[in-house]
Design a protein around this ligand. Sequence first.
Ligand code: HEC
Length: 194
Amino acid sequence: MNKVLIKIGFFTWVFILASCAGDSNPGYEFMPNMYRSPSLETYSEHNIEGYNGLPVEGTISRGYLSTFNYNATLEGYLLAGENEINLIEKNKDNLSKGEKLYGMMCTHCHGQNGEGDGKMKKHAAYSAVPAYNDDLDPRRTGSQMNELKAGHIFHAITYGVGNMGPHASQITEEERWLIVNYIQQELQHYGSKK
Ligand code: HEC
């Protein structure tokens, strides 16, 4: 029994003394790798042969848009509307792709026919979703929803507006253009074609 007590006492002292270092000294480190990671910090100096610290070929940096260089400001939005045109070929296949994507990403707020009557309408924050075919209330452009240009719609999907969040991380650029195409062809004039 005594031996056990002596052992416990001994290790207690070792432990206490090991933690008695000055402020600038971390004391004894049992597992230094846990405190100081052996891995390299991004862009830090290193001596690995053949590695230049640049992103791997073929990787795309977050937020990078190859076709759409407008920032998340009103100015960027207006410029996008002026400059961008929808290059998606107007055929059945692309329309149905756009419709599917719209159904997955927008319907719950904007409604199946884009009349602003999706299921989310019952939540106060989304009670005022505008209809794409609206020709009364002026938007940020000064014109109405049914006159929004391709670049405006793409910008809204990318950066969001008011209570609509940005969708850039969920929808690829090509998919965004397919949705824009679908909205322009089918929803901005919904009802007036009938
Ligand atoms: C969570 C609900 C929600 C979702 C999902 C959503 N929207 Fe919206 N959207 C809104 C609301 C709310 C507004 C009105 C915002 C405002 O005027 O402040 C709006 C406005 C817009 C506008 C008008 C922008 C402008 O410049 O005036 C467009 C275009 C639009 N949405 C397109 C889309 C498309 C396309 C999708 C799917 C990719 C989508 N939205 C998904 C809620 C949503």
